[in-house]
Design a protein around this ligand. Structure first.
Ligand code: NI
Length: 206
């Protein structure tokens, strides 16, 4: 049975899937936000998959715990109207499509809105999508450090129509991190789960 929250989130994901079909694919500077433009280290090779954050059960977690596993890392926030529901629905779909390789893949959803995204809020949110997704949040500083390591962009945007009068603009790609912690490639949050799962399955099985 789907809960009302799950129904609402998956409906948002489906709506966004329709809306974003016309948007162009991931560009070469996908990771770069306006703030990073022109920055000398805004290169994929500069991405470091390092963090110390609090998971959706309230436990402190670091990247080192996930050594040896493939990571799908997605930055966002639980009040996101479209990109995040679609990105997490894509990740959930990819996980369900993977065979035994799913055991070697860990999806992480990192909040860039820690003021609102408490561990409790993250738990309700990630569990609506997939049992394997770990939600990560923390202090403003924790989140800023993690995002800087991943070269992820985020920015608070005034929006009177949004809850609390603001929304968050953020990097929308899903980072694929290899078992040794190196960044491999971005997956588009709106790409077909079939393609992403096939690509990932091949890498994991090799
Ligand atoms: Ni979002």
């Amino acid at each position: 049975m789907l809960s009302p929250l799950q129904k609402a989130l998956w409906a948002a994901a489906l709506g966004a899937a329709g809306l974003y079909l016309t948007v162009t694919a991931v560009s070469d500077d996908w990771w770069r936000g306006p703030a990073a433009t022109g920055s000398a280290d805004a290169q994929p090779s500069a991405i470091r998959a390092e963090f110390t954050l609090t998971d959706h059960r309230g436990q402190r977690r670091t990247d080192e715990e996930f050594d040896g596993r493939w990571l799908l890392v997605f930055f966002g926030f639980t009040n996101c109207p479209d990109v995040c529901p679609l990105g997490l629905a894509t990740i959930a779909d990819v996980m369900d499509r993977l065979g035994k390789e799913a055991e070697e893949v860990q999806p992480l959803f990192v909040s860039i809105d820690p003021d609102r995204d408490t561990p409790e809020a993250m738990a309700e949110y990630v569990e609506a999508f997939h049992a394997k997704i770990v939600g990560l949040t923390g202090s403003t500083e924790d989140v800023a450090e993690a995002a800087a390591n991943f070269r992820a962009y985020y920015e608070k945007v005034d929006d009177q129509a949004a809850p609390d009068g603001y929304s968050m603009s953020h990097t929308s790609s899903i980072y694929l991190i290899g078992p040794d912690g190196t960044f491999i490639k971005p997956y588009s949050y709106k790409a077909s789960p079939e393609e992403n799962a096939a690509d990932l399955e091949q890498r994991v099985a090799t």
